[in-house]
Ligand binder design. Structure first.
Ligand SMILES: O=C(O)[C@H](O)[C@@H](O)[C@H](O)[C@H](O)COP(=O)(O)O
Length: 236
């Protein structure tokens, strides 16, 4: 379990977005100062959109920044469900390299996972940052209960990404996914969670209490994190 989990509470999502964008900007700058480049994983879903809008306004040398999604839904690029498409909309115009880890829709989600993993191997590891979202069912990235749950949580450390078939399929995006593995997520130099609403807060609190045997994917990830984790939360 992480030595330290720190909660940051905000009155609203806008205030949270300012703070989280500021933290991410700082992490990117520090990596560019140290290494000349930054590699970060950004979550999909809806919550981070205002964070990304603010972050994109930061004076950062975006050409030095590589962005991968923490997870991608297996849909064609450009599809409203595609996380990379959402991220690319904001950061490609800035000059960042946004990696489409699922370049085409395919019925073979395992093969999609293997090719995403191969792409990941070319990046500089560990990630400078992993920003996670959490679903109301306790999933994070696309680590879901189902046939691939154990592999996502406990596969070989060098497997950075894999294909998963959530069971049950989540209503908001009922498709197979490619996700970063738990090992790839927890190896990141900085781990930040950004969520809104009471329901998600309760799920995360319960997951932390349950510890390493948590039924919630976010609980399993947090139980394996060694560095301090910042959880940013806004009421709505
Ligand atoms: O592709 C995904 O499903 C996400 O990356 C996922 O892990 C997301 O962060 C949560 O589902 C929260 O999504 P919302 O912010 O839309 O509630």
């Amino acid at each position: 379990m992480s030595e330290e989990i720190e909660w940051w509470d905000y009155d609203d999502a806008e205030e949270m977005a300012d703070a989280v964008a500021g933290d991410i900007g700082f992490i990117i700058e520090a990596a560019i100062d140290a290494r000349g480049a930054a590699v970060i994983a950004l979550s999909g879903g809806k919550t981070p959109i205002p964070i990304y809008e603010r972050l994109a306004k930061a004076k950062i040398d975006w050409k030095r920044v590589t962005i991968v999604p923490t997870d991608e839904r297996i849909v064609p690029l450009g599809d409203p469900l595609s996380n990379v498409t959402m991220i690319a909309k904001t950061f490609l115009p800035k000059g960042a390299r946004v990696m489409p880890i699922v370049p085409a829709a395919t019925a073979d989600y395992k093969a999609a996972g293997r090719s995403a993993d191969a792409l990941m191997q070319d990046l500089h590891w560990p990630l400078d940052l992993c920003l996670l979202g959490v679903g109301a069912d306790g999933h994070t990235a696309s680590i879901f209960p189902g046939p691939d749950f154990d592999e996502a949580l406990s596969g070989p450390n060098e497997r950075r990404a894999l294909g998963v078939m959530p069971e049950p399929l989540p209503k908001e995006a009922p498709v197979a996914r490619v996700t970063l593995s738990r090992a790839a997520i927890v190896s990141a130099r900085a781990l930040i969670i950004a969520v809104t609403g009471d329901a998600k807060k309760k799920v995360i609190e319960q997951a932390i209490k349950q510890g390493p045997s948590s039924a919630y994917p976010i609980g399993r990830v947090l139980a394996d994190a060694e560095l301090p984790v910042d959880i940013h939360w806004a009421a709505a």
